[in-house]
Structures are given as structure tokens and as C-alpha cells.
Design a protein around this ligand. Structure first.
Ligand code: AMP
Length: 397
């Protein structure tokens, strides 16, 4: 059976999934796994499509000291213990820079080009590229495809793509790229199946997970996003600040004696829900905590979603549908209910019973536009892109 390996490599873990290519009928998820604790307590865990554990193994820290070594161990396990040798590997790569508006078959030139975008995403791009390089060196004939978080947003017009800065900086790459593009693309495709009548309209998708952003779609294409040059902008997230006056950054640097790396660590790791609540970055923890600081963090999150929805509705000049997705959007009845309340001025009305049972459409008949929950699946999107880039285009089962 032909398989596709999907790899999502981060700073201290590498996640992977195996999809079977099932002829004209599509792609089927076979396995889901990760190597985490890289550098201190590496652990390989894989489960099958039903969630049954296939392996849970720890390794001495020195045997897996970086992400590439983590992927090598996972690859070895797949080959030697599961007899899986994929026909191609699809990678999540956070930044395609200004150049890539779709997935690309990887060769050494592409890697060189993608490495140039590392300065645009220093926390992600080098880790994304590490397993790509390792596979290129060890298995030079293995087709590899890079799928970008930025690519889906390359349809932004010049107004959405620019900051008000001199053009030489724009040409250097300081642009509003937007992220979570693989998630938005997946949702846009699902929406076209679930509600073809509105998929050509004006749609806001709220990707509310540990990372959070919102995207405005017109005719199935991204035309505005709450994220910009980096995945720091827009909504407050688990540990990221979201939108913040650049004057705050200047103040931290100039008046508080923080260095550039200090500020970077602060804005990425110490802010957002975690910073505001002083309790947790995890929405479930906050929802179950009676501390007023937890309530403030939740209310702030909802308030900012409301503000950003207004901004995106203005970009779209109207609204024909609203979609919730990702961990919080797919699972939290309370957050969805409060967000819809915030959108009531736009004519949004919830059906509480449908919201409670996580129905696909959770708006009431009186709502001016439908409100959906559509679970996202970035890995399936990568598998589809990988296969399509090899020359086939089956659908996901
Ligand atoms: P993600 O990054 O998409 O995996 O989403 C992670 C976020 O989803 C975390 O903040 C979780 O607390 C949140 N989450 C997952 N399940 C629930 C739930 N049932 N209720 C509230 N938040 C949830």
C-alpha cells in the first residue's frame, strides 16, 4: 500500500502522521505520532487511526539531541517495525516568504531559498527545515513537498499586504503574510462541500487554538488576516501577546533594560492568556478556575475576537457566514456562545441546543448569517497537497 508521511517539526518535538493512498477513493489516516522531549527526555509515541497505542518508548537524551535526530528515530521505527516506506514526505513549513503561493517539490535550491526566510520566522523555520535536510541527505530520491502556512494568504491585495513603512522595507520582506493558512485552506474546502451556497460569499473563519487567528475569505480565497509579519499579531493566544502597540516593545527595550531576545521570549512565551491570567495558557484550565483573573483573560480573548471580527467584516464589506475551528473553537460551548453574543450587533443568533451538542451549524433560523463549527485538519491538507504535487489529486476520506 502506498503511503504519505506528513511531518510537522517544532523546536523540541516532531509530530508526524502516515496516510495511505487509497486509489481513486482518497487518503486514509493510518498513524499519528510524535517524538517530544528532544534534548532532555526524548520519547516516541505513535497510535493507530483508532487511537490505539502502537509504541511508547523513551531514549537517552544524547541519542536524540535535535529535531532531525528525532525524525530519524521515527523514520527508522516506521521502516523497520512497521514496514512503511512512504512514496513522499509532506512537510509543514511555516514561511514561504513572498515567493510561494502553493506547495513546492523540494530540492537543494528550494531549501537554500527557504533558509533565507529563516530570519522572518526564526523560531520555526530552522526546525521545519532540519528534517527536510536530513531526508535530502539520507534519502536523496525521496520526493519531499513543502506546504506553507503563509501560502493561502498570497491572494491578499496590496492594502492587506502592506504596513505603512517605506517601500524598501516592503521589498526586503516586511509584509503582512498571515499564518494558519493550511487550516484556512482545509476549512474553505470543507465549506465548499458543506455549504456550497455560501462558500463563494464573505466568510470569517476563527481558528481558536493555542495559536489563534482569524481570516476573511471572499469567494473561498483569503483576503485579510489578523496575523501579519509574524504569528505574534492579532488575537491574544495561549502565551503570545497578540496585537500590541510597538511602543510597548520600545519601552521594554529602552526603559526596562530588556534585550531583543528577552523581549522575543516575553512576547512569545509569557503573554496572552498565560500572562493576563497569571494562571495558565490553557483555555480548559481557565474555564474551570473561579479566580477573577481567569475570567478576565477569557473575557479579553472574547472581546478581541469581537473587535477583530468587526475589522474583518469591514474588510469584506459584509458577512455571509462565520466559522469556528481548532481546539477552543471546536470544543468550547461557552466561548462560542460568548463570541456569538459579541457578534449580535451584526445579526448573529445562536441556537443554544445545537451549540451544546457541537452541531455543524449552530446558528438559529433568526440569525442573519449561518454560524458553523468545522473541525480543522492541517495534516490532511498537507497529505493532499503532497499527493497533488506528485501528480495525483484524490480527496480525503
Ligand atoms: P489546539 O492548539 O487547536 O490544539 O487547541 C488547544 C486549545 O484548545 C487549548 O487552550 C485547550 O485548552 C483548548 N481546548 C481543547 N478542548 C477544550 C474544551 N473542551 N473546552 C475548552 N477549551 C478546549
Amino acid at each position: 500500500m502506498d503511503t504519505i508521511l506528513v511531518v510537522n517539526a517544532g523546536s523540541s518535538s516532531v509530530k508526524f502522521q502516515v496516510f495511505s493512498v487509497e486509489g481513486a477513493s482518497g487518503l486514509g489516516r493510518q498513524m499519528k505520532g510524535q517524538v517530544d522531549g528532544i534534548g532532555h527526555q526524548p520519547r516516541l509515541r505513535v497510535s493507530d487511526a483508532r487511537g490505539v497505542s502502537l509504541v511508547d518508548r523513551t531514549y537517552p537524551a544524547e541519542t536524540i539531541s535535535d529535531v532531525a535526530a528525532g525524525m530519524n528515530i521515527a523514520g527508522e521505527w516506521l521502516r523497520e517495525e512497521q514496514a512503511i516506506s512512504p512514496i513522499a514526505v509532506g512537510h509543514r513549513v511555516v514561511h514561504g516568504g513572498p515567493d510561494y503561493s502553493g506547495p513546492v517539490l523540494i530540492d537543494h535550491d528550494v531549501v537554500t531559498r527557504l533558509a533565507q526566510f529563516a530570519s522572518l520566522a526564526p523560531l520555526h523555520q530552522p526546525h521545519n527545515l532540519a528534517p527536510i535536510r536530513s531526508i535530502l541527505n539520507n534519502f536523496p530520491n525521496m520526493p519531499q513537498v513543502a506546504c506553507f502556512d503563509t501560502a493561502f494568504h498570497r491572494t491578499h491585495g496590496p492594502l492587506a499586504d502592506h504596513y505603512a513603512i517605506p517601500d524598501d522595507l516592503y521589498k526586503l520582506g516586511i509584509r503582512r503574510y498571515g499564518f494558519h493558512g493550511l487550516s484556512y485552506e482545509y476549512i474553505a474546502n470543507r465549506l465548499a462541500e458543506a455549504a456550497p451556497e455560501i462558500s463563494h460569499g464573505r466568510v470569517i473563519i476563527a481558528h481558536l487554538g493555542n495559536g489563534a487567528s482569524m481570516c476573511a475569505l471572499r469567494d473561498g480565497l483569503s483576503c485579510e488576516s489578523t496575523m501579519g509579519f509574524t504569528a505574534l499579531d492579532g488575537l491574544p493566544m495561549g502565551t503570545r501577546s497578540g496585537q500590541i502597540d510597538p511602543g510597548v516593545v520600545l519601552y521594554l527595550l529602552n526603559e526596562r533594560g530588556m534585550s531583543g531576545p528577552d523581549v522575543q521570549k516575553f512576547l512569545y512565551n509569557e503573554c496572552g492568556l498565560k500572562g493576563l491570567s497569571g494562571i495558565s495558557s490553557d483555555m480548559r484550565d481557565l474555564e474551570s478556575n473561579p479566580d477573577p483573573r481567569a475570567a478576565l483573560a477569557i473575557e479579553y480573548f472574547i472581546y478581541r475576537i469581537g473587535l477583530n471580527a468587526g475589522m474583518l467584516a469591514a474588510a469584506l464589506q459584509g458577512l455571509d457566514a462565520f466559522v469556528f475551528t481548532a481546539g477552543i473553537g471546536e470544543n468550547s460551548v461557552r466561548i462560542r456562545s460568548k463570541v456569538v453574543e459579541r457578534l449580535s450587533w451584526l445579526g448573529a443568533k445562536l441556537d443554544p441546543e445545537r451549540n451544546e451538542r457541537h452541531a455543524q451549524c449552530i446558528s438559529s433560523a433568526a440569525s442573519r448569517f449561518p454560524i458553523y463549527i468545522i473541525p480543522t485538519d492541517e495534516e490532511a491538507m498537507i497529505a493532499q497537497h503532497t499527493l497533488a504535487t506528485l501528480g495525483n489529486t484524490p480527496e480525503m476520506n
